[in-house]
Write a protein that binds this ligand. Structure first.
Ligand code: FMN
Length: 180
C-alpha cells in the first residue's frame, strides 16, 4: 500500500491530540505526519492518499496555519488523489459555523479534481448551519466532525469508527491498490 500523507493544523492543541490518537490507531508506520505550518504545495503532491485535519475558528474561519497556507492549497492539483478530512469544532458555541473548515477544504479539493472519502452522518449532532454539510446530500458531512468542547466522551468512538470506514473505502479505490 502507498504511504499516506497526513497534514494538520491546531491552535490550542485539540486537533494535535486527535491527530496523535488517529495516527496511533491507524498504524504510525503507514502515515507521514506534517504540520501545515511547515509545508509547501510540493509536500502534498508526493502523496496519492491524504488525511487532512483542522479546526474552525472565528465564525467559520480556517485554523490559522491553514488560513496562512490557503492560497497555496488552492493551487494543488488533486487529480487521482483520495482525501479524507477530519475537523474539530463547537456545535453549541458556534452553531452557525460548525466545522466549517471541513467544507472550505472540501470545496477546493473537489474543484481541483480530488476524490473525498470518509463522509460522516450529521444525525447525531445539533447545529444550525455548516459548510461541511454536502449540498446535494444534506444527511452527511464531507468528513468526520469532532466536538471536543461538548462531546469529548464521544471522540474516541467516533475516531475508531471513522478510521475503519476510511480504511474500508480506501481498499475500494484504485489508488490504494496501485503498486509503487
Ligand atoms: C474564539 C473561538 C472561535 C471558534 N470558532 C469556531 C467556529 O466558527 N466553528 C466551530 O465549529 N468551532 C469554533 N471554535 C471551536 C474550536 O474549533 C474548537 O475548540 C477546537 O477543538 C479547537 O481545536 P484546536 O485547538 O486544534 O485549534 C472556536 C473556538 C474559539 C475559542
Amino acid at each position: 500500500m502507498k504511504k499516506i500523507g497526513l497534514f494538520y493544523g491546531s491552535d490550542t492543541g485539540c486537533t494535535d491530540d486527535v491527530t496523535k490518537d488517529l495516527t496511533e490507531a491507524w498504524g504510525a508506520d503507514q502515515i507521514d505526519v506534517h504540520e501545515v505550518c511547515d509545508v509547501s504545495k510540493d509536500d502534498f503532491e508526493q502523496y496519492d492518499i491524504l488525511l487532512l485535519g483542522l479546526s474552525t475558528w472565528y465564525d467559520g474561519d480556517l485554523q490559522s496555519d491553514w488560513e496562512d497556507f490557503f492560497d497555496e492549497f488552492q493551487e494543488i492539483d488533486f487529480t487521482d488523489k483520495v482525501i479524507a478530512i477530519y475537523g474539530l469544532g463547537d456545535q453549541v458555541g458556534y452553531t452557525e459555523y460548525f466545522v466549517d473548515g471541513i467544507g472550505i477544504l472540501a470545496e477546493v479539493i473537489l474543484k481541483n479534481g480530488g476524490q473525498i472519502i470518509g463522509h460522516w452522518p450529521v444525525a447525531e449532532y445539533n447545529f444550525r448551519e455548516s459548510k461541511a454539510v454536502i449540498p446535494d446530500n444534506e444527511d452527511m458531512f464531507y468528513g468526520l466532525a469532532i466536538d471536543n468542547d461538548n462531546e469529548s466522551n464521544l471522540t474516541d468512538t467516533r475516531l475508531e469508527k471513522w478510521i475503519d470506514q476510511v480504511k474500508t473505502e480506501l481498499e475500494q479505490t484504485t489508488v490504494y491498490n496501485a503498486v509503487g
